[in-house]
Write a protein that binds this ligand. Sequence first.
Ligand code: NAI
Length: 320
Amino acid sequence: KGDNLRYDGKVAIVTGAGGGLGRAYALLLSSLGASVVVNDLGGSAAGSGNDQRAADVVVEEIRRAGGKAVANYDSVEEGEKVVQTAIQAFGRVDILVNNAGILRDKSFLRMTDTDWDLVQRVHLRGTYKVTRAAWPYFVKQKYGRIVNTSSAVGLYGNFGQANYSAAKAGILALSNTLALEGRKNNIVVNTIAPNAGTRMTATIMPPEMVEALKPDYVAPLVAFLVHEACPDTGKVFEVGSGWVANVRWQRSGGYGFPVDRPLLPEDIAAKWQEIVDFDNGRATYPTNTQESFQGLYENYLRQQQKQQQAAPASSSSSGN
Ligand code: NAI
């Protein structure tokens, strides 16, 4: 165990903090010294209605425990208002946990535009809007800590969750770009794919599992990721029931075809086993677009060399 991590003087916004995971984040951060904006619209799990009590109850809980908190009842789609609450109440913002979310699960065949749009609006657009409003403060003070909330469903897909998985994958992609853009201003952006027993999952998990998967076992990772001491940015973590792991892309070594002759579908078919082979010692773990481009570029260089060997006398002047 190292020194206790503290958040004194820091101002945190936690969206969707009126229940479930967000509530656990707000309680933990405030108990460790942060001033917290408890944002929650207080609607149903499917995104209908609103109720100020959701946020109020958590604010009360924090204050009773001696912490500092204010409520914000706006939808995350109105990110400016959420951030303004932090500025008005505490004069700054240092930490943003984008957590608010809804579910409208349907098989793809039965999915309506409303199911699709509402889920994109709360998850992806909501994450965008609150982050967009906080970003100029982070840039100006050269400090910011963001945790965005994806899902295993966003990483791997899931039956009946086309809308939700697309939004959650979008949130991961947004985080990865913000991590790059934030680097020079000490803005750290990471993503979690949590598992917890909340009202969102109570319908699909047996009751004893809901109990075992307490949000309290997710919150410490989120708190670490928003601390000054967090050494990493642009990473995604699966977390739940006290287990924390980092996920990354793995890419097969692939197969490089010659480009001095036509490439046909049957050429692909003939090399399919090599294309999808991760176990031949040539797989890599690209972490950025430069590394991504490397595979293609090496094939290009190989082909160039082959062509130059075939025609060594030709002029190398390329003109303009
Ligand atoms: P929850 O339903 O208990 O909490 C979500 C909160 O967000 C609610 O209090 C709700 O009122 C609020 N909210 C909904 N729409 C809002 C809006 N437009 N503006 C402001 N607040 C709004 O759900 P839970 O489980 O705590 O989920 C939190 C996050 O974690 C969500 O983004 C969810 O997708 C994600 N997640 C949860 C998993 C789990 O196992 N519980 C699994 C994977 C992801």
